[in-house]
Design a protein around this ligand. Sequence first.
Ligand code: BGC
Length: 518
Amino acid sequence: MAGGAMVNSAGGKDYPGGLTLFVFFTCVVAATGGLIFGYDIGISGGVTSMNPFLKKFFPEVYEKKQSATGTNQYCKYDNQLLQTFTSSLYLAALVASFFAATVTRVMGRKWSMFAGGLTFLVGAALNGAAENIAMLIIGRILLGVGVGFANQSVPVYLSEMAPARLRGMLNIGFQLMITIGILAAALINYGTNKIKSGYGWRVSLALAAVPAGIITLGSLFLPDTPNSLIERGHPESARAMLARIRGADVDISAEYGDLVVASEESKLVTHPWRNILERRYRAQLTMAIAIPFFQQLTGINVIMFYAPVLFETLGFKGDGALMSAVITGLVNVFATLVSVFTVDRLGRRKLFLQGGSQMLLSQLVVGTLIAVRFGTSGVGEMPKGYAAAVVLFICVYVAGFAWSWGPLGWLVPSEIFPLEIRPAGQSINVSVNMLFTFVIAQAFLTMLCHLKFGLFYFFAGWVVIMTVFIALFLPETKNVPIEEMVLVWKGHWFWKRFIADEDVHVPAAAAAKGAATA
Ligand code: BGC
């Protein structure tokens, strides 16, 4: 076959070369970037339900919590400052991802990961040593900068390193690490809550330094992607790197040729931020905004951030609430594995549609179960068996998310942009994600207080909208090489009208193949 390219079932091309050990290890190291994000998501909910922590930093919440028995369960944690503790991180990540876009493009993906890890390390130290709210929040902001850099660079790195037909699997390594981070945080909170002298929360917060250390050191050993090397004017190193990651006896000429073409085109683009607004990128821009927005509007972070608080609201006492967070954390990890092994076979769309339906059903059940017991007054008790049923359906919901919107919310945006607008596109993705993570973190306790059980119906409504959106507007992207993604949009019933024929540049290898068959 000319140039070594093969046509695959999706109508795109496969390049030769499978999963080499080298790619596997670099991807594992890079994916640990997800650990820092996950650890953060999981740690704050547990810490904010610990009494010594509340007493020191949020005495009003502590008082209210102590006197809340027999009164409105929905409102006992409603406090702006407490929500700011959780949410400040995501605002910082939002701003940082824009700077990270430039670092990722100009200096390469690897230095972005390094910068992220290092800032995160400082944030963890500040948080563990915090004496007042200011130290706490400044620490959270530094952690956020770290997350912004890591989330900007890691998904793109993974998608660029992976052979096209394993891209889904390798990219989901990022989400898998996020879920492992969340689970580790839940377990650590469960343990540190038992520390008698009351400094357990410090241990929880300071241990964020462990995942940060891993990605900081790990990134120093990572090679940069061939795509980034070419983009930064090192074609020979790029070719050598591609040969190394695809395997010594593999003919890489087709893939390399396509990378060069993609890079030539990207050089014509001097303003990626302005370019992404062009009509021909309308599909990608829409997805870069809609996917992260919808991912957050599934309501997942209500569970992830506030699971212990939520479970306490439902009547679980201290330990029981932290334990339930461990249970949802375990479900989250194992259900993510399902997508690791199915995403490149079943495809993205099937997972999105199935996961969406499962989340919808379980949200309706959870909302109703809570409504029956607490009604609108928020006063009531939940018998053990009943509470167990609520936890069960929350787990069904988490599983649905964990094999659909969780991983795909990062995978799809990282694989749909042409090189010239990739860092800009990824920034939009990260920042929209962070913006709505922030909004949910900031508003959840207040929303719970006002919408009560209706909060679950609220998110269920959004899940209906997003599932219909995917069904209508997202084409299947499994197995399609990134450089050929434009063909997928060009073939879509809706998006094709935005792409003129001359916008479709056939990469060198495909052209050669076309000429050979003509
Ligand atoms: C989301 C996070 C969420 C996590 C749960 C990620 O994909 O971006 O907001 O907390 O999944 O596993």
